[in-house]
Design a protein around this ligand. Structure first.
Ligand SMILES: Nc1ncnc2c1ncn2[C@@H]1O[C@H](COP(=O)(O)OP(=O)(O)OP(=O)(O)O)[C@@H](O)[C@H]1O
Ligand SMILES: [Mg+2]
Length: 232
């Protein structure tokens, strides 16, 4: 899916606590592209991603996902949009603690019309041997892989990741990046990845930097470095 963002604005609070977080951002991400969103803490990255995911209202501007103007949808249409098209991955994995790995993924599988093959996906993500364990019995990297499986089981057209490696050590973070790269290649999933890890900029098609609620840099890479070769 392509993502077209046109002059979006968003603020929080009133009076003295008023802050404008998004100050009229515009950009366009093509179908099948991977895009990293970089920027200092508090610059508006998560707000931006949540707006695209329909998790947060914006004040003005528009967001089009393919032919759908999500800023015009009512809450029922929005949840349908999220269910049909979107995958979310967050820094903290949000797994259901009393369900096993497999059951956590199945919850999302059942909500989907044409899910991917569960066993194949668990295999790709290295989860087969852990499928009957509970989240508390897994390492951080394994939990994140389970969260990724849950987001991917519905074969989302758009994957939104907010600090997907933020809670992981170097090795696990690299593993996750290699996986995201493989998934984009295999399924052509459009991906927006918010991160503090600037090394990611070399493995993705597109780099967007946000500073103080505005896009301060926006460019395409002419050649990509495989995630396995990134160093940071
Ligand atoms: N619900 C809210 N109410 C009030 N202010 C908020 C709210 N959510 C975010 N903000 C403010 O909006 C600004 C941008 O927040 P946002 O979470 O988008 O930043 P970020 O770039 O994702 O930062 P980080 O890298 O630390 O995750 C911050 O100044 C934050 O304090
Ligand atoms: Mg954030």
């Amino acid at each position: 899916m392509f993502v077209e963002i046109n002059k979006i604005k968003k603020s929080y609070g009133e009076g003295e606590s008023y802050v404008q977080v998004l100050k009229g951002l515009s950009t366009y991400v093509e179908k099948g592209q991977t895009c990293v969103i970089l920027g200092p803490s508090g610059s508006g990255k998560s707000t931006f991603l949540n707006a695209i995911g329909g998790l947060d209202d914006i004040e003005s501007g528009s967001i089009n996902i393919d032919s759908l103007e999500i800023t015009k949808l009512n809450s029922k249409e929005l949840s349908l949009y999220r269910r049909e098209y979107l995958g979310f991955i967050f820094q903290f994995y949000n797994l259901v603690p009393n369900l096993t790995v497999k059951e956590n993924i199945q919850v999302c599988e059942y909500l989907t019309k044409e899910p991917l093959d569960l066993n194949e996906l668990m295999d790709i993500l290295g989860l087969t041997e852990h499928q009957n364990k509970f989240p508390s019995q897994l390492s951080g990297g394994q939990q994140q892989r389970c969260a990724i499986a849950r987001a991917l089981i519905k074969n989302p057209k758009l994957l939104l990741c907010d600090e997907p490696t933020g809670a992981l050590d170097y090795k696990a973070a690299k593993e996750i990046l290699i996986l995201l790269e493989a998934i984009n290649k295999k399924y052509g999933t459009t991906m927006l990845i918010v991160s503090h890890n600037t090394a990611i900029k070399d493995m993705v098609h597109r780099v967007i930097k946000i500073k103080d609620g505005q896009i301060s840099e926006d460019y395409f890479n002419t050649s990509l470095i495989p995630a396995s070769q990134l160093e940071w």
